[in-house]
Design a protein around this ligand. Structure first.
Ligand SMILES: [Zn+2]
Length: 354
């Protein structure tokens, strides 16, 4: 639990800074970055120093500033702002290092923090809402128990060509034929997006994780305005469901053949709750290559990124993704990554490479 050394001083100074930020006429954006807000922990060091000839006041002054970056930060980012964020996370009790890189431990800390705050999306990405949540934690001494929502885990090597992800909740998680989700991973924030489905039953495959579900609603609403007739067909798929699908494909086609079109349990992005297969009336709500060339498919390629989605298995990248071109399979990665991936015509694998 977070116990500030001197709550009154933190509260007073932070509130002053927050008020200043609120009345600042500048828009939030890249140019506002240098104007970072500082939460000054004025403890008793200055009074003590007057009586202590061995003290180093300038060092104390450096240690006593907590700064929360204003810009979004995510996996792989390297900057002084990342150090500032890491210092704040350490201050509220997270056992991470201030490396200056938005690394696996930092993603874990942010994810764990988001899981403990009902009004935050769980993404592993540091954004304006997460920043506000961290500010509240510092100012109001709200309860954070580091690691209580998500135990820290490194990625584990399962076998020579499979790594199991330590943090399945981050929206930039790479899930593919070499990177598996844990067998026991069932996202706790699954909801049914309020979009059209070509069937009535209330089945698990209607679900997506909250952040992706709400983005899908916005994507479909924009499609409606553009006269596009998108339908959602298949979202979340549990580990057990993948297991039985893969087993039945193996018994029908043999393992080698089944591997070409079907994912082993844990290796389907559908278990992440971040993917949806979409379709349209023009192709009788089927999922398959007929989707290519429809108005819906063309519109998705142009507009999905604006809502944080990518076409996960693009044409011409089969060697990298190990999947055939799937114009119907969209995956939520957040707007920043989605725009870069779609504008550059690359895959998630390429985006996440150093
Ligand atoms: Zn799919």
């Amino acid at each position: 639990m977070f116990q500030p050394r001197n709550l009154f001083s933190i509260t007073t100074v932070a509130v002053i800074c927050l008020l200043t930020a609120c009345t600042s006429p500048q828009e939030e954006g890249p140019e506002a970055v240098s104007e970072q807000e500082e939460i000054h922990n004025e403890d008793e060091t200055s009074a003590l120093n007057e009586n202590d000839m061995n003290a180093h006041p300038e060092e104390d002054a450096n240690e006593d500033f907590l700064t929360l970056p204003k810009e979004n930060l995510q996996k792989g980012d390297k900057s002084d702002s990342v150090i500032d964020l890491q210092k704040t996370l350490i201050e509220i009790g997270y056992d991470i290092d201030s490396t200056g890189e938005y690394d696996h431990k930092t993603i874990w800390a942010i994810t764990d923090f988001q899981l403990q705050n009902d009004d935050l999306y769980v993404t592993g990405i540091y954004d304006a809402q997460t920043r506000a949540g961290l500010e509240n934690t510092i100012i109001e001494e709200s309860n954070v128990e580091p690691g209580s929502a998500l135990t820290y885990k490194e990625n584990q090597t399962l076998d020579e060509d499979t790594i199991e992800l330590g943090n399945p909740y981050e929206v930039l998680a790479l899930v593919n034929k070499n990177h598996a989700l844990p067998a026991d991973y069932e996202p706790e924030d699954l909801v049914v997006p309020n979009v059209r489905f070509p069937f009535e039953e209330d089945v698990p495959k209607k679900q997506m994780r909250k952040v992706a579900a709400e983005a899908l609603e916005e994507l479909f609403a924009a499609g409606d305005e553009a006269g596009i007739d998108l339908f959602a067909q298949s979202g979340y798929r549990s580990y057990d469901r993948q297991d039985s699908i893969f087993a039945s494909n193996v018994s029908a086609y043999g393992e080698e053949e089944a591997n070409k079109f079907s994912a082993k349990p844990g290796e389907s992005e559908h278990q992440s709750g971040l993917s949806m297969d979409v379709t349209s009336p023009e192709i009788n709500y089927q999922i398959g290559s007929d989707f290519e060339g429809t108005d819906e498919s063309d519109w998705l390629k142009e507009n999905a990124a604006e809502f944080g989605f990518i076409i996960r298995f693009p044409e011409g990248k089969e060697e990298i993704t190990k999947y055939q071109y799937e114009p119907w399979h969209i995956r939520y990665v957040g707007i920043t990554a989605a725009k870069e991936i779609m504008e550059q015509g690359i895959t998630l694998e390429e985006y996440l490479e150093d």
